[in-house]
Ligand binder design. Structure first.
Ligand code: URA
Length: 243
């Protein structure tokens, strides 16, 4: 027996939190009876409906993709561009997968995909706390002091970003650019680009090289692999513990 919100989250339709709201709103039925108590448990054999429509539990899938540039991080695109779902191998096409957060069209690197709404909310929701590491090619050569000062946070559109880590990798004097690293725990929309814009160094190229301990090691561009159970456990542990 599991709490109903957990079973609903496993359907991939809603996060556990959203499922709790649906329960409180009286929109969930178990074997035809409306449930409004958050602690209520059910089994995977019970018939659970949302507004009368039955949900089906499917196996939860967790993938890591080495996202290429020129691919949009959504399930579909009305402009007909390639999406991270459209480039998945056939075997993963119809499993209700979606990206865990977003990488911009022109950003490449580590992108997780799942059909587990609960996992998605844990990893990129408002309380997520997991490190995301980026390699950033900047227009201009940032000074080491400017880069260090960014660690205290940067104001973007009136919002001060959380503390972060930064490091210098290399400079290209001839092309007036440099390569730096930044490790963030939050994931506001276009955060890396906006942070470097705010300090006067526009981002020319961006690559996410790590999500928790997950990297693209061994994956060609556009390639995917299943995340192993022990890697998944580590993601949950890191999300709770990294400070
Ligand atoms: N920050 C950005 O600006 N873009 C991304 O794709 C990811 C993080």
């Amino acid at each position: 027996m599991e709490r109903i919100q957990k079973i609903i989250a496993r359907s991939g339709l809603y996060s556990r939190r959203k499922a709790e709201e649906l329960i409180k709103e009286g929109r969930i039925q178990v074997n035809g009876e409306t449930v409004t108590e958050l602690g209520t448990k059910a089994s995977y054999d019970d018939i659970i409906t949302i507004d009368g429509k039955q949900i089906f539990i499917r196996e939860s899938i967790y993938l890591v993709m080495n996202k290429p540039r020129g691919v949009i991080s959504s399930v579909s695109d009305d402009k007909g561009r390639k999406t991270v779902i459209s480039i998945l191998p056939q075997e993963y096409q119809n499993l209700g997968l979606y990206p865990v957060g977003r990488l911009d069209y022109d950003t490449k690197g580590v992108l997780l995909l799942t059909n587990d709404g609960d996992f998605m909310n844990e990893m990129v929701g408002p309380n997520s706390n997991i490190e995301k590491e980026y390699l950033v090619r900047l227009d201009g050569i940032i000074t080491k002091n400017e880069l260090r000062d960014m660690q205290a946070g940067v104001v973007i559109d009136g919002y001060k970003t959380r503390r972060c880590k930064t490091y210098f990798v290399s400079m290209d004097r001839k092309n007036k650019s440099c390569l730096v690293g930044i490790i963030l725990k939050e994931g506001k929309n276009q955060q890396v680009k906006r942070m470097f814009d705010a300090v006067g160094y526009p981002v020319k190229r961006l690559t996410r090289i790590r999500f928790g301990e997950i990297t693209t090691e061994g994956l060609p561009e556009g390639g995917v692999r299943l995340i192993k159970p022990h890697e998944l456990k580590r993601l949950y542990v890191l999300n709770k513990s990294q400070n």
